[in-house]
Design a protein around this ligand. Sequence first.
Ligand code: XIL
Length: 375
Amino acid sequence: MIYIVRLFIIVLIAMLMHGCSQGDRASVSQPPSQGLKEIFQEDFLIGAAISKMHIEESDAEAASVIEAEFSSLTPENEMKWMYIHPGVDSFYFDVSDQYLALAEKLDMHVVGHALVWHSQLAEWVEEVKDSAEMARHFEHHINTIVSRYKGRIDSWDVVNEALNEDGSLRESHFYELMGENYLEHAFKLAAAADPSAELVYNDYNMWKPEKRAGAIRMVKRLQESGAKIDAIGMQAHWSLVGPEIEDIEASILAYAALGVKVMFTELDVTALPNPWDLEGAEVSQNFEGSPYMNPYPESLPDSMQLKLAERYEDIFRLFLKHSDKISRVTFWGVNDGHSWLNNWPIKNRVNYPLLFDRAFQRKKAYDAVTKLKRK
Ligand code: XIL
């Protein structure tokens, strides 16, 4: 009798275990949850800017989010002049080589950022005072870097931020020594060094009507000169209230009409007060530690999460409306903790500008943008 009871119990346990494993199998056979890159697959590439820490894969959680969610990578700093070409004749490729290796391992679309930029420039360049000498360094810089990664970088930010807010050309060191032709020269050198790479002009506030007009003049001049320019990168460091969707849309349409692709190359939405909105305020260290400028040091209140989600939803609704003209949308960072906006334009704040929070949890903003595709 005891034997029969024991047998019965064993059979019961076996049946229960079988049931559980069936249940597990049933859940495994459900479609795998999709990342941003799959959700927007038919629309545009979805990228992230990654820093040295990500390139070195020192954070396992970051590594898995990058792999699961994004289809394109941009190096946040490592290919900028001061890092990659720190001395007249010295190049430093260790981290950029690692970046390429990671991007290839993950089968990502690879962006190079940025060949010619007045900011984060090596100090020695600023000391060059002779035009012919500057032109030689400029050629050497572009040829060396673009040739090294020929066929491996899909898209190069060739020139970054060459325009003033009124649409005129910024009087950068390159402009002063080489004249307006430095632009055409940069695009022609890049095209010659890697004919298959997509070549991009990248800048902020590209939604502004005056800057837009200047960008259009610049692209037309480049096209007339025979230079190859494939895309306009609108950086997209935006806020909860601006720019207006209509202004962004007008720029998408105007740039696409030039026959180039449009991409949003550095998207983030600050949730913090902006010093430029304060009358007469300037970006200065005086704001450091000010509770008024750093109102959410612990966490972002729900009402603000919602605002951020709504803003992202409006932005992505526009992107989807013009997905035939937009080839890539790249976030400037992976999670809120990584964002440069924790330190710019005021140091040591706690900002919340991306779709993943500091613990890599998908935020309401993530749900808001992906919901647009699930309807
Ligand atoms: C920023 C980086 O995110 C920061 O880490 C760095 O200290 C400064 O530069 N426009 C650009 C980017 O094209 O390269 C800038 O990146 C942000 C503004």
